[in-house]
Design a protein around this ligand. Structure first.
Ligand SMILES: [Fe+2]
Ligand SMILES: [Fe+2]
Length: 168
């Protein structure tokens, strides 16, 4: 019974991932959490990524009721770097299977002016997200946590997001 429930849950999640219209991100909740500059970065994400972001942020709050404002904002924006490429369901699944994100070389000044492959987005979205947040005038500490969410090292905030993200 438990097993079939989890299979059903997984199927439901796959279906939702395939259709952006099935995603129902709680943007109003995100709006109450994010200052204007950071909300513009959030709002530019695909609805499926926004739904995931709200889920992660709420889970952070459940597990850490005393979570700081900055940590919650970083949770909402942790995958914002994925917006540099349109969301393609099968591509996301395939890219997720191959490799873990890494800390690549610093971004070039004109990094936003060229297209990125699905694999590049998979590997470098923490850097892209951090750069988008900084460019929008968001909090530098929020950007820093986002940049570290796949390789948190000794950054306690980034470790919280990484752990919750792994449960997804
Ligand atoms: Fe990520
Ligand atoms: Fe994530």
């Amino acid at each position: 019974m438990l097993r079939s429930k989890s299979v059903l849950g997984r199927l439901r999640r796959l279906l939702r991932a395939a259709h952006p219209r099935l995603a129902a991100p709680d943007d109003l909740w995100a709006r109450t959490r994010l200052p204007d500059a950071e909300f513009t970065v959030y709002a530019a994400m695909d609805p499926r990524d926004r739904e995931h972001a709200v889920r992660v942020a709420r889970r952070v709050l459940e597990l850490h009721p005393d979570a700081s404002d900055v940590l919650l904002r970083a949770a909402l924006l942790h995958d914002s770097g994925k917006q540099v490429r349109p969301y393609v369901w099968l591509e996301r699944i395939a890219a997720g299977l191959v490799e873990r994100p890494v800390q690549g070389p610093p971004l070039e000044a004109d990094w936003r002016s060229r297209p990125y492959s699905a694999l590049e987005v998979r590997l470098r979205h923490p850097q892209f997200g951090a750069a988008l947040i900084r460019a929008a005038g968001g909090d530098p500490r929020v950007a820093e946590i986002v940049e570290r969410h796949h390789a948190p090292g000794d950054d306690a905030d980034a470790r919280v997001i990484h752990a919750v993200d792994e449960l997804e």
